[in-house]
Design a protein around this ligand. Structure first.
Ligand code: SAM
Ligand code: GLN
Length: 291
């Protein structure tokens, strides 16, 4: 399996092979080594053959085993949602850091904190925040009813469904219609990993595992990649309370345009774009001013 994966350019061939085997046998990866002599049953062999042939067609391993990982938590994933990425953890880390250092932003009991997660997909951002901010209420939105079904099941899995509302709709529309969140200054945090791949990158730069298998609606952000990003930056700030944060994951190639859009917003101050581990500018973090 390892050799077939390597020659077919499947990502992380050895790890992928071990994950599929462990999934089929129903054990963790370590047991593969401690129990190496146990013969596979015919049913296990057939299941493995099917998964291997799908992996050879570059279907992401997380879809094959139905699990993804984000911020130390496990999420149920399938082809209805984007697979959570490590880069997106920057949004969660930045919110937690802010919340814990500012009185009234959710670090302690009794603080009422509202968070909106736009384009929630698997629910990973909103659920990780609800898990770590025990007093926060979160509204998770998506244009896709299929994605919301997955997000809802993940919220139940992590026992935070009693503090999360799920709403379907286009970008900020469900927030503006939400009784608690739609008011001026209601939100402490407006967070989003929206679709942001510009058309030219979609046509030329996407990996086979992404373009062939993940939902197109989760990825493509229009000609310049800014269809959703622009709406979040221009319509989001009034919904935030003073000192609240707007955090958006973006494509590195759009960083200059995003910086300009954010600088033009009267209600935003201290605009920064944080780099990912490869040094590429990937996360807009801007503060709602006191104006
Ligand atoms: N938040 C998840 C994450 O970080 O893994 C998923 C992010 S995925 C890049 C973008 C999500 O936005 C998808 O679930 C997609 O269905 C949703 N989406 C696409 N267009 C949208 C729109 N116009 N309004 C709201 N959500 C949208
Ligand atoms: N980071 C993802 C990718 O490059 C894109 C996610 C998105 O469009 N928000 O595959």
């Amino acid at each position: 399996m390892n050799e077939a994966f390597t020659s077919n350019e499947v990502e992380s061939p050895r790890l992928s092979a071990e994950m599929l085997l462990a999934h089929v046998i129903g054990c963790d990866r370590l047991r593969l080594y401690t129990d190496a002599d146990r013969p596979a049953t015919p049913i296990e062999r057939a299941a493995l053959r099917d998964l291997v042939s799908r992996a050879l067609r570059h279907e992401p391993i997380q879809y094959l085993i139905g699990e993804g990982w984000f911020f130390g938590l496990q999420f149920t994933v399938d082809a209805r949602v984007l697979i959570p990425r490590p880069c997106t953890e920057t949004i969660v880390e930045s919110v937690l850091q802010h919340a814990r250092s500012r009185p009234g932003f959710g670090g302690s009991a009794g603080e009422s904190v509202l968070i909106a997660d736009i384009g929630t997909g698997s629910g990973c951002i909103g659920i990780a925040l609800a898990k770590h901010l025990a007093h926060a209420r979160v509204v998770c939105t998506d244009v896709s009813a299929d994605a919301l079904a997955v997000a809802r099941s993940n919220a139940e899995r992590h026992e935070v469904d009693d503090r999360i509302d799920f709403r379907q709709g286009d970008v900020l529309a469900p927030i503006l219609e939400h009784a608690a969140c739609g008011q001026r200054g209601a939100l402490s945090y407006l967070v989003s990993n929206p679709p942001y791949i510009p058309d030219v990158e979609w046509d030329t730069q996407m990996g086979r595992n992404v373009r062939g298998h993940e939902p197109e609606i989760a990825l493509r952000g229009g000609v310049d990649g800014l269809d959703a990003v622009r709406q979040l930056i221009t319509q989001g700030p009034p919904l935030l309370r003073p000192d609240g944060l707007l955090l958006i994951e973006i494509a590195a190639s759009t960083a200059d345009a995003v910086r300009e859009l954010a600088h033009d917003e009267r209600l935003l101050s201290s605009v920064e774009i944080v780099n990912d581990i490869d040094g590429l500018p990937r996360t807009l973090i801007a503060t709602r001013s006191h104006k």
